[in-house]
Ligand binder design. Structure first.
Ligand code: SAM
Length: 264
């Protein structure tokens, strides 16, 4: 059974997305590894290094940086950012909110916190929040220094609303950073990529995770996501400043891309 996501009414999409991620929460790393052939780990590392988060010398240590990782799921990005700040900048004060619409993903993230990060990260510095990234009523205006979202925004029913919310919650000077599957920029490579994603991926999803539908959905959501230039325009439309010449960075021929925006 194949479900075409574009035919699903908007109010049901959120529920469907919820089901997709509930059914993969514990299998989640496997799915990411299958989807990207393991490369997502490198992309995430690059994303974190490029943002290079952490207080700089001379900054007031009593004013910790406030980070928000939306669609944070199992916490890869959140833990990675906090770890980078500590190791590279000796900043052990960053405060992090991991927001996700799906309580199962958050529970998995919290489990990983307890298992791997309890020693380094005081519980007062990290918060797991169940929230829809499109609205996030519980996050105050102008309250965050960094907003990250990795492989999450393409699941939003209303992407522009998500971007507008990112703009609302960031402080002036705050940075929006998105890592997401994108459009391959090389026709030759795209041919193989399309073959891989449309036939091989769902099959692998079935064989490895016994879950063909979830993988099928993910392939479709990638195909329907706006191309780099269009997504950049949406970020600008939300109010962000995007450097005209290098508003995004393609990773692996555009299989994924990083978009950055600054709230001036
Ligand atoms: N950022 C994590 C990572 O890179 O490993 C998780 C990415 S996972 C592919 C996508 C996440 O987006 C899921 O945890 C899902 O629950 C969440 N999500 C989907 N729609 C959302 C929404 N409207 N608001 C917040 N989170 C959402």
């Amino acid at each position: 059974t194949h479900f075409g996501f574009k035919d699903v009414p908007v109010d049901q999409k959120e529920k469907l997305v919820g089901n997709v991620f509930s059914s993969v929460a514990s299998n989640y790393d496997v799915m990411n590894d299958v989807m990207s052939m393991g490369v997502h780990r490198l992309w995430k590392d690059h994303f974190i290094r490029r943002l290079d988060p952490g207080l700089r010398p001379g900054a007031d240590p009593k004013k910790p940086l406030e980070f928000l990782d939306v669609a944070g799921g199992t916490g890869d990005i959140a833990f990675g950012l906090m770890n980078h700040a500590a190791v590279k900048h000796n900043d052990h004060s960053v405060r992090m909110t991991v927001a996700d619409i799906n309580p199962d993903m958050l529970a998995e993230g919290h489990k990983r916190y307890l298992a791997n990060f309890q020693q380094q990260i005081d519980p007062s510095r990290i918060q797991f929040m169940e929230a829809n990234g499109q609205r996030m009523e519980d996050v105050a205006d102008n309250s965050k220094d960094l907003y990250t979202i990795a492989f999450g925004i393409r699941n939003f029913t209303d992407i522009q609303a998500g971007l507008n919310t990112a703009y609302r919650v960031l402080k002036p000077g705050g940075v929006f950073a998105c890592l997401e599957f994108s459009q391959v920029d090389n026709a030759f490579i795209d041919k193989f990529y399309q073959m891989y994603s449309f036939s091989l991926l769902p099959l692998m999803g079935q064989l490895i995770a016994n879950d063909r539908e979830s993988y099928q959905y993910l392939v479709e959501s990638i195909r329907k996501f706006p191309k780099q230039e269009e997504f950049k325009s949406m970020i600008e439309k939300a109010g962000f400043y995007v450097p005209p010449d290098r508003g995004y960075e393609n990773l692996t021929f555009g299989v994924a891309a990083i978009h950055i925006g600054v709230k001036l």
